[in-house]
Design a protein around this ligand. Structure first.
Ligand code: ADP
Ligand code: MG
Length: 323
């Protein structure tokens, strides 16, 4: 019998599981999928680089969760049902304890959402994780960024700001109490992808996005593709008790509105849908909050409780902008 090379050992030990929803999973030159009739394939990829997207000392189980969660969140934002994932792993060395913990975080979440790992790639180099996610959405029913209409409400799910506050704390820009940091950092590492909400929003939301770059930047992405503007009300934002303690400071407020990494859904809907959306919120147990309005024009403005503009420093995360 031939001995497995370390690469195949990694794949066999940590990343080979049954793939009941695929024609063919891990092990061949490619996976094979059968799409359902009348459905479009939704497909998206996200890369996470050590030191850029996560602190190098992150718990590998949290990292496994996050690598998949951010991709599930993209499916949610399209109103798609996630089914299949591929994992491209670049590792500085083979550390089986680290890999076992990473795989646990990844597969625990995958099982929760009935997502199957159908393949990937394993290479050596600086720690980098790339996950491709695939799912299905009924033809023509996807939630796109481009569908917002003037006069639509802007909504956000859950609460925002905690993840960015944890990052700001780690960078020494503000100080959270130890208990607050512990809670906020879990929102950074273990975001909850709003998959059921995304699918329930088909036919209700006119446009949708998941909040990864920062609330205002992501509202801006909807506005740009919908060729409209928006007003967001600071006082209306759904803040956690932690975020509420920091919204009065410039640094805290900037983290909350521009920091990102929340992986909540932000979407637009006709004002006629308010009641249905509140019912949906109750049914799913996911808070939904109206935070502003789509307007004619260009750009996103943030207004305070007095209706006056609030100065914004952060512009959202951009990998290639000057620091
Ligand atoms: P190839 O040489 O054709 O690229 P590989 O040797 O890279 O194939 O991979 C062998 C099989 O293992 C393929 O089916 C591939 O999809 C799968 N695979 C490789 N790395 C991973 C991984 N990290 N997670 C899941 N599947 C993987
Ligand atoms: Mg390969």
């Amino acid at each position: 019998m031939t001995q497995d090379t370390p690469e195949f050992d990694v794949i066999a030990r940590h990343f080979t599981r049954p793939a009941p929803n695929a024609v063919l999973g891990v092990g061949d030159d490619s996976a094979l999928l059968q799409l359902s009739r009348g459905m479009e394939l939704a497909i998206s990829v996200d890369t996470m680089v050590s030191g850029t997207h996560f602190f190098p000392d992150v718990d590998p189980e949290n990292l496994g969760h996050k690598a998949l969660a951010v991709n599930l969140s993209d499916m949610a934002a399209m109103g798609a049902m996630p089914y299949w994932a591929m994992l491209a792993l670049t590792l500085p060395k083979v550390d089986h304890d680290w890999l076992a913990a990473f795989a646990k975080g990844f597969f625990d979440l995958a099982e929760e959402f009935d997502v199957t790992l159908i393949g990937g790639d394993t290479t050596r180099g600086p720690l980098t994780l790339t996950v491709t996610i695939m799912g299905e959405v009924p033809a023509g029913a996807s939630l796109r960024r481009s569908g917002a209409k003037a006069g639509n409400d802007i909504w956000v799910s859950g609460h925002i700001g905690d993840a960015a506050l944890a990052v700001a704390h780690r960078h020494g820009k503000l100080e959270l109490t130890e208990a607050d940091y512990r809670e906020a950092v879990m929102r950074l590492y273990e975001p909850t992808p709003r998959v059921a909400l995304g699918q329930a929003l088909r036919g209700l939301a006119t446009a949708a996005i998941d909040i990864s770059d920062g609330l205002l930047a992501d509202v801006g992405h909807i506005c740009k593709l919908s060729r409209l503007g928006a007003v967001v009300e600071l006082a209306a934002l759904p803040l956690s008790p932690i975020a509420a303690k920091h919204v009065a400071s410039d640094v805290g407020r900037n983290a909350i509105i521009a920091g990102g990494d929340d992986y909540e859904l932000c979407f637009t809907a006709h004002p006629n849908s308010r009641e249905v959306l509140m019912d949906l919120s109750k049914m799913l147990g996911v808070p939904l909050t109206r935070i502003g309005q789509v307007k004619r024009g260009k750009g996103v403005s943030l207004v305070g409780g007095d209706g006056k503009p609030v100065k914004i420093d952060g512009r959202g995360y951009d990998h290639f902008s000057a620091p």
